[in-house]
Design a protein around this ligand. Structure first.
Ligand code: CA
Length: 250
């Protein structure tokens, strides 16, 4: 009953048999599926058809899956498309590299179709179109429109991946509270998704970078998780250049 019909999924995989098997199973479950075997074709299809989700193999000829992910994330038009990356089993380096390049989630090879479909469905369920919560949250210089999937920092539009957005929304929804890594994984990746804590750390690092000066508001609580402060911490020496701050020392 949670199957969302006619969502378009792009499968980027150079192993033709595997690509066809994935596409066959996606179609069987009510999705539209397009397969391509290399990164260049993937970028063309993404630009032309803007799929609802991309299943992207890491190991591709010519252009790697990481480069494809990075290019998709750099283009404002495609920056928010969910990416599920296929990586080698047990290679944490590949998995973390995939997340750093902008993937929202990954599945390790060899995988069962059941697992792949579950992750696809979970990723699609948390896409902006399914967000009925239209509330707008503002803390310090950060404003997030949860329904429209928009984030502004100091009034500037900030492009986040789906996972980064969900992470920020979870933090904005619990200001000053310390959220454990497990709590964040549950809120961001969906219930029942098994990932390592390092996964959240990589997403937080990417989010901090994109938030620029507001990134410092996300505080690491060592051994526990993360906490959102209500304002960016004052950088050393920046007090002197703040126009309206009192000249009196602290
Ligand atoms: Ca491959």
């Amino acid at each position: 009953m949670f199957v969302i019909p006619t969502r378009r999924i792009l499968v980027v995989e150079d192993e033709k048999d595997l690509a066809e098997l994935v596409a066959f199973n996606l179609k069987k479950h009510g999705f539209q599926a397009v397969t391509v075997g290399d990164g260049g074709s993937a970028l063309r299809v993404v630009a032309q058809q803007l799929p609802d989700l991309i299943i992207l193999d890491l190991m591709l000829p010519v252009m790697s899956g990481l480069d494809v992910a990075r290019q998709i994330r750099t283009n404002p038009k495609t920056a928010a498309v969910p990416i599920l990356m296929l990586t080698a089993r047990g290679d944490e380096t590949d998995q973390l590299a995939g997340l750093s390049a902008g993937a929202d989630d990954y599945v390790t090879k060899p995988f069962s179709m059941k697992v792949l479909l579950a992750r696809v469905t979970s990723l699609l369920r948390r896409t902006p179109g399914n967000d009925t919560d239209g509330s707008i949250l503002t803390i310090g210089p950060i404003t997030a429109d949860l329904g429209a999937h928009l984030v502004m920092v100091d009034g500037q539009d900030t492009k986040l991946t789906l996972t980064e957005f969900k992470l920020l929304a979870a933090l904005l929804g619990a200001p000053k509270r310390v959220l454990s890594r497990n709590e964040l994984i549950g809120r961001v990746m969906g219930p029942g998704v098994v990932v390592t804590s390092r996964t959240i750390d990589v997403h937080v690092a990417a989010l901090r970078k994109k938030l620029e000066r507001a990134g410092g508001m996300i505080r690491t609580i060592r051994g526990v998780g993360y906490q959102l402060l209500d304002a960016p911490p004052q950088a050393e020496g920046s007090r002197a250049v703040t126009a309206d701050s009192s000249s009196a020392p602290l």
